[in-house]
Ligand binder design. Structure first.
Ligand code: 5GP
Length: 195
């Protein structure tokens, strides 16, 4: 008989050798069960807040695609989706301090309730850039949901409306987040093991 339980990610694994970080050890920071439970809670809060409305969820590519897919499938309101692509760390594991727009949204967001979906907020540069850009189009409101919040953010003069988890200042991969474009498919979230 087939087992219908989702396979559990290993507690530890190593980065593939094709990456410049190849061979380095990773450990689980958040299990897929913890992530799925929190995503359901976020979906419930958002559904409650936007009851009777039809917000447009804007996913920030590439890292948020899995979180966004899980989140919207747990909503019980009408919604639309669109995507925007911003330059991220490239092959680095630290912010370069500049944000570039690589792909814009297609939808008209004037007079719309906008919810921007981020995988992780670190320095806050990306969300600051996105908020200013969205406000130029005259939306009814702009809210942010992020699965992960890494730092105490000093540079933000607005709050992140929905936060999945506060995590320590460590480079993380899995559940949509990459290292050298790899390991996005892991259900759990991993951090580089500290030696
Ligand atoms: P911020 O502009 O807030 O410094 O960085 C946001 C973006 O940097 C995220 O959307 C993500 O692409 C990338 N990022 C920040 N921290 C991490 C991390 O720990 N792991 C990965 N894979 N990407 C990160």
């Amino acid at each position: 008989m087939e087992c219908d339980v989702a396979p559990v990610d290993p507690q530890e694994l190593t980065v593939p050798v094709s990456s410049q970080f190849g061979g380095q050890a990773l450990e689980v920071l958040l299990t897929q069960e913890q992530i799925q439970q929190r995503v359901a809670e976020l979906a419930e809060e958002i559904s409650h807040r936007y009851q009777g409305k039809c917000p447009i969820f804007i996913g920030v590519l590439n890292g948020s695609f899995i979180f966004m897919a899980d989140l919207v499938r747990k909503l019980d309101i009408d919604f639309e989706v669109d995507f925007i692509k911003i330059s991220s760390y490239g092959s680095e594991t630290a912010s370069t301090g500049t944000v570039r727009l690589l792909k814009d949204i297609s939808a008209n967001i004037t007079d719309r309730e906008v919810i921007i979906v981020e995988d992780i907020v670190d320095t806050g540069l990306t969300v600051k850039f996105l908020r200013n850009r969205m406000l130029e189009a005259g939306p009814t409101s702009v809210a942010f949901v992020t699965l992960l919040l890494k730092n105490e953010i000093a540079i933000l003069d607005f709050s992140i409306d929905y936060v999945g988890f506060n995590i320590p200042d460590r480079f993380v991969v899995g559940y949509g987040l990459d290292v050298d474009q790899k390991l996005r498919g892991l259900g759990s979230l991993y951090a580089f093991k500290e030696s």
